[in-house]
Design a protein around this ligand. Structure first.
Ligand code: GRF
Length: 218
């Protein structure tokens, strides 16, 4: 059981399975914080339903209603500020964020990416890993910095690629690992054990490798 003191705001665009994982961790007393709000850029995101059913406050900032990326990010930042989070968790949030937005939340904005970063930034990670003949895929939780998927890693888990794998079967095996990895990584940030330094993440004052601390799924 951990002590839940920090405030988490989750941003999502879609199905919300990582949100569900955070809720499960919170219910199990395994999250060092409380999810106090969920924000989506898509009014129809299934993740919003999950949040509502769990009694979590929801907000929608619909990106289609804004003339520019800057305008959208300003409104998004204002909405996040109203939730007063300690950590902002991107959980399948499918928008590229502007530099000023990322800088504003520096050190407390985290994302999960379904690859062994720094390999395979961007989209279609599993297919690209299979096509390249990789033996391992995985997931990485990292600090968000202005360049897409380039921020220093916090925690990373490896998943073997099997000869019979296609992108779907691999994604289906990586996703449950993401669900265990992400709340654990958030705890490291909430507790202050992991911080963002100058282009690197530090765990207990030690510089982490680019992909973050290795975590072996149990
Ligand atoms: C996950 O695969 C995550 O790695 C990626 O987006 C997906 C979100 O899934 N960034 P969900 O909406 O949490 O189910």
């Amino acid at each position: 059981m951990t002590s839940a003191t920090g405030r988490l705001t989750l941003l999502l665009s879609g199905r919300g399975s990582n949100l569900q994982a955070f809720l499960n961790a919170q219910d199990a007393g395994e999250l060092e914080g409380n999810i106090t709000a969920v924000i989506s850029n898509r009014p129809g995101a299934r993740g919003l339903e999950i949040a509502r059913r769990a009694g979590i406050a929801t907000e929608v900032v619909d990106h289609t209603l804004f003339a520019s990326r800057d305008d959208f990010d300003l409104k998004l930042a204002e909405t996040i500020d109203q939730c007063a989070p300690d950590v902002v968790v991107l959980a399948g949030f499918m928008r590229i964020l502007t530099g000023p937005f990322v800088d504003k939340f520096r050190g407390r904005l985290i994302n999960i990416h379904p690859s062994l970063l720094p390999k395979y930034r961007g989209l279609n990670t599993h297919q690209r890993a299979i096509d390249a003949g990789e033996r391992e895929a995985g997931a990485t939780v990292h600090f968000v910095t202005p360049d897409l998927d380039e921020g220093p890693g916090i925690l990373q888990a490896r998943v073997p690629i099997q000869a019979s794998d296609n992108a779907e079967t691999l994604a289906a095996r990586v996703l449950p690992v993401e669900h265990k990895l992400y709340p654990r990584a958030a705890n490291l940030v909430l507790s202050g054990r992991v911080i963002l330094g100058d282009g690197v993440a530090l765990l207990d004052h030690h510089v982490l490798p680019p992909g973050g601390e290795e975590w072996t799924p149990t």
